[in-house]
Design a binder for this molecule. Structure first.
Ligand SMILES: Nc1ncnc2c1ncn2[C@@H]1O[C@H](COP(=O)(O)OP(=O)(O)O)[C@@H](O)[C@H]1O
Ligand SMILES: [Mg+2]
Length: 383
């Protein structure tokens, strides 16, 4: 720990001068053999890999989820981030040679979306004992950003004592975002965030553990265009080795469980993308699983719960399509030709239309102006 610290941090400890701090750290580094250069051929990477539950997702990640690294997945609500978190909390436990690394998981849950029954179903899918699997997921429900900081440090202890090889933070920014509001708080927020990212990097390196962070997106205007960006800025972007974007666009996030993943940034991976599915037993390549004697009931309950949640959420656009089944051609100005064009660009329903920025629609669909797109959306709102 000392060996990985920097001198000015240690010198802040009361009673330690700059010189003493430097000496302490340098000695620690000598002791650990951190002060020699290594011929590149001898670098011991000992990266271990475990499956995400989807071969496609494994493929674009360069084989699967990697230890010793921070991986960030960002994407909109319902894009599958929490599902992936649950899936890898189980697959990390699989034996070596069976897609896992035989480790346990620390799960830092800031949004209260952890589900024991989901973990059990995923365990069944991978032929693990559901109870034993639950016993190796160390869960902490987090209530404030300061609590989050504290529990990240606690997770380090679990790595040391309980063979934790995966630390999940789902989600990284939710509490920070709620607590530090406004530009005046930004510097302080980034300070807290910086500490967390550093602690997590250290855990990843020291214990050769995988770290999985989920993040929300904010739509940012870039001139005429809008783009979904992860929040947290450069600290998160630079702190993470792998950055993956999950997308629901082009699929209706309600009626389809198909999702797209895009490698946004990775030191040694091509910018690939793939499709995967969310199933009742986590992330997969297919739509359905026949689980041996699955308790169907809790799955249904979960769905009901999510539906009712959707209604009081700000997510009410989801209901438009399901409530009255209006179709795109009900909108004045959208004929068969435009419909085809819209569909080819992933806008297949009234909801999809409402989800797009008018400017984006105009740039995608030839012959359509931004104003026209705005008018369509106005009509669509009232359908
Ligand atoms: N048991 C389940 N079976 C199939 N799909 C599910 C199940 N539970 C949740 N989902 C679907 O997963 C999506 C939510 O994914 P989630 O991983 O929670 O997204 P995020 O964390 O990105 O907001 C929703 O579309 C929901 O319908
Ligand atoms: Mg989530």
């Amino acid at each position: 720990m000392l060996a990985m610290s920097s001198q000015n941090l240690v010198a802040e400890i009361k009673g330690l001068g700059d010189k003493t701090a430097k000496k302490l750290i340098w000695n620690a580094r000598n002791a650990l053999g951190m002060t020699d250069f290594t011929a590149a051929i001898d670098i011991d990477e000992n990266i271990e890999i475990f499956t995400t539950g989807s071969r496609e997702l494994d493929r674009i990640l360069g084989g699967g989820f990697q230890t010793g690294k921070l991986t960030e997945v960002y994407g909109p609500f319902k894009s599958g981030k929490t599902n992936l978190a649950h899936t890898i909390a189980v697959t990390v436990q699989l034996p070596k040679g069976k897609g896992g690394i035989g480790g346990a998981c620390a799960y830092i849950d800031t949004e209260n979306t952890f589900s024991r029954s989901k973990i059990q179903r995923i365990a069944q899918r991978f032929e693990l004992d559901p109870k034993e699997t639950l016993a190796k997921v160390y869960h902490a429900r987090i209530y404030s950003s300061d609590h989050q900081d504290q529990m990240i440090l606690k997770a380090e202890t679990l790595c040391k004592n309980r063979n934790v090889r995966l630390v999940v933070v789902d989600s990284l920014m939710a509490l920070l975002r709620a607590e530090y509001v406004g530009i005046g708080m930004l510097a302080r927020r980034q300070g807290v965030l910086n500490n967390m990212i550093h602690a997590l990097s250290r855990i990843a390196e020291t214990y050769n553990a995988a770290v999985f962070l989920t993040n929300q997106v904010a739509t940012q205007m870039k001139g005429m265009f809008s783009a979904d960006d992860a929040i947290g800025g450069n600290i998160v972007a630079h702190g993470c080795h792998f950055r993956v974007m999950f997308k629901t666009k082009g699929f209706s996030s309600n009626s389809s469980l198909k999702r797209r993943a895009v490698i946004v940034d990775a030191p040694d991976l091509p910018p690939e993308e793939c499709e995967f599915f969310i199933t009742n037993a986590g992330v997969a390549d297919t739509e359905e699983f026949d689980l041996p004697d699955t308790p169907r009931l809790d799955f249904q309950l979960e769905e009901l719960y999510e539906e009712s949640e959707g209604n009081n959420d700000n997510d009410d656009s989801e209901d438009i399509e399901s409530n009255n089944g209006a179709s795109l051609t009900d909108i004045k100005g959208i004929g068969a030709g435009t419909l085809k064009n819209l569909k080819e660009n992933g806008i297949e329903s009234v909801k999809d239309l409402l989800d797009e920025e008018p400017g984006d629609i105009a740039s995608k669909i030839s012959g359509v102006s931004k104003k026209m797109a705005e008018e369509w959306q106005e009509i669509a709102q009232n359908l």
